[in-house]
Design a protein around this ligand. Structure first.
Ligand code: AMP
Length: 498
């Protein structure tokens, strides 16, 4: 019979391996070798074929195969899991979608099976969505062994989370701000006996200025703990964090720095800034049979583009940092379920989100930080599939774009299209823009009034369009897909596809 965290807790008293002794040895060896560089992983070349080969126990290996459908460990799991099971601190440099959640979750669950306790592990993530996805994966993976998790993210009621904390979950997954909030305000919640700390997407945690919160957390957790730090990129800030909170770490790296995969076709489009929406519309139309993530720089640009696209009849849904948490989840769900095929996102969605099949990534705005380009386009061409990325470059973005080409060491091809065909869309797009601007004004006004009436959030373009669709904006509710033909006829009539 398989073990469970609960039954083990009852069957025999918790007996941890001699962690303190191992730690002391580790500390001594790091003193003897005063280098900041992490040691490369042992056995990195000899790749085992099964989870059991990595040292994963039968209960969890079974969950990987039967519940998760993972037939063999991914390279990052091969490299990181044995080290974590040996109680080593780990730095994992891995591309998005590499299976890194499993790489830190499996050792945590196994350690819990050996020595169950509440508040055993804390996983810090830069975004709410990512935190929820991690928690979901741990809950699924650990369901058979009785693992309990709590997700502590902003935008969700503190009291509900505090009640969950009262049940002493084994694993806590959260964003730093909300974790600190609970540490300071929730009675009975303490991380003094924490065994494992995971810093996921560490580069992003630091870019989002979570340093102060991380610092506060580091001050209240025991130094005698295991730490795993995962990051897509090794920045100076990450190296500093590594020195501050990891002990004698093993470094595991599974991909070349900032490379993009071969199966990804990457193009650029050089366009005049004033016709950007026409070009975006042209691409939406050309690629209407695909799933698309479109990245825009700001929340407002995301909102506006989603409204323009919706007004033109495309199945677009926005996701950005100013949306409430339930709205973000709902947007993601619509996209994941295939109800909508275009997700228009700020960089909040560029990293870590587990969206299984995205055919195309469009950079509506060139990313300010060229490393973000790699993360964005990493949403497509995953797990050996092919993918397409198109970056829209205006006269103002040339320098930024050149930086990207230098970083990935590739000259991209121009996306093939006919300018005249794009400009045929001009009138319809112009009209959709005008309507979108009015809709945003109305939305902001409603938000002001709504707040008084208890409506705090109505960022969702859907809800808005349903309400505003009843108003006459001259766009027929904005549901018609734009067509070349309709422009040629000067008609705003029923939609016709290309
Ligand atoms: P992650 O990088 O942890 O966000 O994982 C990305 C995706 O890979 C998720 O959908 C996981 O369920 C999946 N995954 C993780 N490990 C494996 C594995 N060993 N085999 C197949 N898929 C996996």
């Amino acid at each position: 019979m398989y073990r469970s965290i609960i039954s083990v807790a009852r069957a025999r008293p918790a007996r941890r391996p001699a962690a303190a002794t191992l730690r002391a040895i580790a500390r001594l060896s790091s003193l003897a070798m005063p280098s900041d560089d992490a040691e490369p992983a042992r056995d990195a070349k000899a790749k085992p074929q099964t989870f059991e080969d990595l040292g994963v126990c039968a209960e969890l290996a079974d969950a990987c195969a039967k519940i998760m459908g993972w037939r063999a460990p991914t390279p990052i799991q091969c490299a990181a899991v044995p080290e974590a099971l040996r109680e080593r601190d780990v730095i994992g440099l891995a591309q998005t979608g590499s299976g890194k959640t499993g790489a830190f979750a499996l050792p945590i669950l196994q350690s819990l099976l050996d020595a169950p306790q509440g508040f055993h592990s804390l996983i810090l993530s830069p975004t709410r969505e990512l935190a929820m996805q991690i928690a979901e994966q741990i809950e699924t993976l650990g369901a058979g062994v009785g693992a309990r998790t709590a997700t502590l993210v902003g935008g969700v009621d503190m009291t509900t989370q505090a009640i969950k904390l009262g049940k002493r979950p084994h694993v806590i997954v959260g964003t730093p701000g909300r974790v600190v909030d609970h540490l300071e305000n929730t009675k009975g919640f303490s991380l003094r006996a924490l065994k494992v700390l995971v810093l996921d997407e560490a580069d992003r945690l630091l870019n989002l200025d979570f340093e102060e919160e991380i610092d506060k957390i580091l001050r209240v957790i025991p130094s005698d703990r295991r730490t795993q730090l995962f990051s897509a990129t090794m920045t100076n800030k990450v190296a500093k964090l590594q020195r501050a909170c990891l002990r004698d770490p093993v470094k595991v790296e599974v991909s070349a720095k900032y490379s993009t995969v071969e199966s990804l076709k990457q193009h650029y489009l050089f366009i005049p800034a004033k016709h950007k929406d026409c070009y975006a519309t042209y691409l939406f139309n050309e690629l209407s049979a695909s799933t698309l993530i479109v990245f825009a720089r700001t929340c407002d640009a995301t909102r506006k583009l989603a409204l323009i696209a919706r007004n033109l009849g495309f199945g677009a849904v926005p996701i950005h940092g100013q949306m409430s948490q339930p709205k973000r989840i709902a947007a993601l769900q619509k996209f994941k379920s295939g109800e909508r095929n275009i997700l228009i996102a700020t960089d909040v969605a560029s990293r870590g989100l587990d969206i299984p099949s995205v055919d195309v990534v469009i950079n509506y705005d060139v990313p300010q930080n060229s490393k973000d380009y790699v993360h964005r386009v990493g949403r497509t061409a995953r797990a050996g599939r092919s993918g397409l990325a198109v970056t829209m470059v205006t006269q103002y973005d040339v320098e930024l774009y050149q930086k990207i080409e230098r970083l990935i060491n590739k000259k991209l091809d121009k996306y093939p299209l006919e300018e005249e065909a794009v400009m045929l869309l001009y009138d319809r797009v112009n009209e959709a823009q005008r309507i979108a601007i009015q809709q945003m004004r109305d939305q902001d006004e409603r938000k002001g009034k709504g707040a008084k009436r208890g409506f705090k959030d109505d960022d969702d373009a859907d809800k808005m369009l349903n309400i505003l669709g009843k108003k006459d904006y001259g766009g027929g509710g904005g549901r018609a897909r734009v067509t070349k033909q309709s422009k040629l006829n000067g008609a705003k009539g029923p939609p016709r596809r290309f």
